[in-house]
Design a protein around this ligand. Structure first.
Ligand SMILES: [Zn+2]
Length: 373
């Protein structure tokens, strides 16, 4: 584990703190938006901004909204739908598409929207036709990411998660990764406390599951162990208020979440979460994984115990599946979705044993516990 920087100025001078090679150039800054403008200028790119509309009221982002090359995405209303991607792609084509660099600024959804649209711009089909793994695609527009919420790892991951008419599934393609990411922990200062807490929970779960994975690469596991330490430290404080030093640790953990996902694989909690998400359109991903972890005490005993502890420290009640409309009736469909996540079960239980452990009976019993809870 590298020495943890004290404050943003020190962080901005920190050498690379992750091991897994990523295709994204990571630029750390204590003044992210000014750095972004300088990069646009010095690299001579023609930008088009995709920004979370919730950032409009925050002074740090105000000047971006005055531009006419901006697509404001309402990420609070819904996750990225494939129709949002199609809409943005057609707008980009109207604007002459090809020479643009898309700059996604916001949380995971907004960055993923930019990544998906950048890629789909150079490909003829609808976004929903590319939901899946390893579907051949042409390289799209260059995409840069600027996280305004730390922990999603979306600034680096080669994944763009979308909800389609049939399923919630990402474009999983190495070409989906951003070319460049500008990391300034201060840009997350205005994020709602709920998002700050649950996004860091999801970051913790990623690191937790990858660190215990049986199929992830050694470097990915080493990165996830550092990320686990950092996210655990952050979550051991009450996150009701923003704090700059915690934002630094969160930004570091988030980048490690991106690097460890390259060569690493999450496990059972994420497999279970996808079934929940498929049946509950307004359930945030981070809450879905939390619900899953709370029902996996037998598989991940310390992850379960830490989840309880973190909620207590931040004085948060545990989430309930019923609040998102989930019930007994959803169990068969959720079970079928989770069963399809073979690679995640292999990661959790090992390639030899997963079939005897991740049975329909076991998985439906987990969902039963969740909907009763
Ligand atoms: Zn996750």
């Amino acid at each position: 584990m590298i020495k943890i920087p004290e404050g943003i100025e020190q962080f901005a001078k920190l050498p690379r703190w992750w091991r897994v090679d990523v295709p994204t150039e990571v630029i750390v800054s204590a003044d992210g938006i000014s750095t972004l403008y300088e990069l646009i200028e010095s690299r001579g790119v023609k930008p088009f901004f995709v920004i979370d509309s919730a950032l409009k009221d925050q002074p740090a982002f105000a000047r971006l909204f005055e531009r006419n090359d901006v697509f404001a995405f309402n990420a609070s209303y819904s996750e990225v739908r494939t129709s949002d991607v199609d809409e943005l792609v057609s707008l980009l084509h109207q604007r002459g598409g090809d020479g643009l660099t898309l700059i996604g600024i916001g949380g995971g959804s907004t960055m993923d929207l930019a990544k998906a649209a950048g890629l789909c711009c150079a490909n003829p089909l609808r976004a929903q036709d590319y939901q899946g793994y390893g579907i051949p695609m042409e390289r799209g527009l260059d995409v840069w990411t600027v996280p305004a919420l730390n922990g999603t790892g979306a600034e680096l991951t080669p994944i763009a998660v979308m909800r389609g008419p049939e399923k919630k599934l990402g474009i999983n393609n190495p070409l989906a990764a951003a070319r460049l990411a500008v990391i300034d922990p201060r840009l997350s200062a205005g994020a709602p406390a709920f998002n700050r807490f649950y996004t860091m929970m999801d970051c913790y779960f990623h690191h937790y599951e990858i660190s215990r994975s049986r199929t992830s690469s050694p470097d990915a596991i080493a990165d996830s162990l550092d990320g686990l330490e950092l996210s655990g430290r952050v979550l051991s404080c009450d996150l009701s208020e923003y704090d700059e030093q915690r934002a630094v640790l969160s930004a570091m953990a988030s980048v490690l979440g991106g690097s460890s996902s390259t060569g690493g694989r999450v496990g059972a909690a994420h497999a279970i979460s996808y079934g929940l998400s498929n049946c509950a359109p307004f359930l945030p991903h981070s809450v879905a994984v939390t619900l899953a972890m709370l029902a996996l005490k037998d598989v991940y005993p310390d992850g379960y115990a830490e989840t309880l502890r973190f909620h207590k420290i931040s004085r948060r009640e545990l989430p309930r599946a019923s609040a998102y409309g989930l019930s007994e009736a959803d169990i068969p469909r959720m079970t079928a979705t989770a069963l399809g996540m073979e690679k995640l079960w292999q990661s959790c239980f090992g390639p030899e044993r997963w079939k005897e452990l991740a049975t329909p009976k076991y998985i439906s019993s987990v969902y039963r516990a969740i909907v009763k809870g």
